[in-house]
Design a protein around this ligand. Structure first.
Ligand code: C2E
Ligand code: MG
Ligand code: MG
Ligand code: MG
Length: 283
């Protein structure tokens, strides 16, 4: 019995694995068509200053509208794009689209709004990445100071001397660098002094329990104190309630991002938010 069970179990799991490998393959070939098929779109989520309640920038977040399957989340397809190398082309499209959008808003509204763009490991580890970013900024004619690069801790973990060099070059070119999902990676502390970063984005897992959860609160307070000491700007991610915003403000957090103010929205809707803030009609 045991053997038979074991066998069945094994077969069951192996078929499931086969299925999921098959699914991945299918998704991968679909992803190859995403860029040429115009299935990708950038959404923009406002980042707001807590003190003034004003939008100070946006984070560009990629959306994939797959014609048969519907919307596929970046958590699902970014790893596939990484694994296949497609991330290089997709990432270049993201960067160009985000830079063009930032440039357009700057020209229309002189708003000084920052554009945050996410880079994943394989993208940032590419030897020409810094030159590619600088070239893109120049090609688009965007003020480099309006572009902010988001990197996760895991991206910075390996090859740290090469990474530091790349970050210095980006900073020299005028860009800002933010550590994304701060606190979820490995060595949150030691590299903060070595790396020329401007901003830490506190992961939403630490924001979730605010203000009631004592452990979450202690961690959020510790990160904010650390940011202050190191003269880094802090952005809280995933802020959904007024109580969370209040707690963050009281503890010296400068900026928030989250559903409380707005989810990621289309370029048009983002522009509507800018106009609302400026008390202007959309041009
Ligand atoms: P991320 O960079 O940490 O982006 C923040 C994520 O939190 C976004 O998920 C956003 O929609 C979500 N979020 C924002 N506010 C709230 C909130 O109040 N509550 C909750 N529950 N969630 C909130 P999204 O858009 O699904 O993106 C997931 C991840 O995919 C991003 O995490 C980023 O790591 C990656 N990603 C997205 N776009 C790109 C891209 O263009 N390039 C690269 N390399 N990665 C990207
Ligand atoms: Mg991000
Ligand atoms: Mg994040
Ligand atoms: Mg993330």
């Amino acid at each position: 019995w045991a053997k038979a069970d074991g066998k069945n179990t094994f077969r069951y799991y192996s078929r499931e694995l086969e299925d999921s490998a098959h699914q991945q393959e299918k998704l991968m070939s679909m992803l190859q068509k995403a860029l040429p098929g115009h299935e990708l779109e950038l959404y923009y989520q406002p980042i707001m200053a807590l003190e003034t309640r004003k939008i100070v920038g946006f984070e560009a977040l990629l959306r994939w509208h797959q014609p048969e399957l519907g919307n596929i989340r970046p958590d699902v397809f970014i790893p596939l794009a990484e694994a296949s190398g497609l991330i290089m082309q997709i990432g270049e499209w993201v960067l160009e689209t985000a830079c063009l959008q930032a440039k357009a808003w700057q020209e229309r509204y002189a708003s000084g709004l920052i554009m945050n763009v996410n880079f994943s490991g394989r993208q940032f580890h590419h030897p020409n990445i810094v030159q590619n970013i600088v070239n893109m900024v120049n090609k688009v004619g965007l003020d480099a100071r309006l572009l902010n690069i988001e990197l996760t801790e895991s991206v910075l973990m390996d090859q740290s001397s090469v990474m530091i060099e790349k970050m210095h070059m980006l900073r020299q070119a005028g860009l800002d660098i933010a550590i994304d999902d701060f606190g979820t990676g490995y060595s949150s502390m030691s590299y903060l002094r070595q790396f020329p970063i401007n901003t830490i984005k506190i992961d939403r897992s630490f924001i979730k329990g605010l203000p009631d959860d004592p452990e979450g609160s202690a961690i959020a307070q510790a990160i904010l104190a650390l940011a202050k000491t190191l003269k880094l700007s802090a952005v809280a991610e995933g802020v959904e309630t007024q109580a969370q915003a209040e707690f963050l403000r009281a503890n010296g957090c400068e900026k928030i991002q989250g559903y409380l103010f707005s989810p990621p929205v289309t370029a048009d809707d983002a522009e509507r938010l800018i106009c609302q803030q400026l008390g202007r009609d959309m041009t």
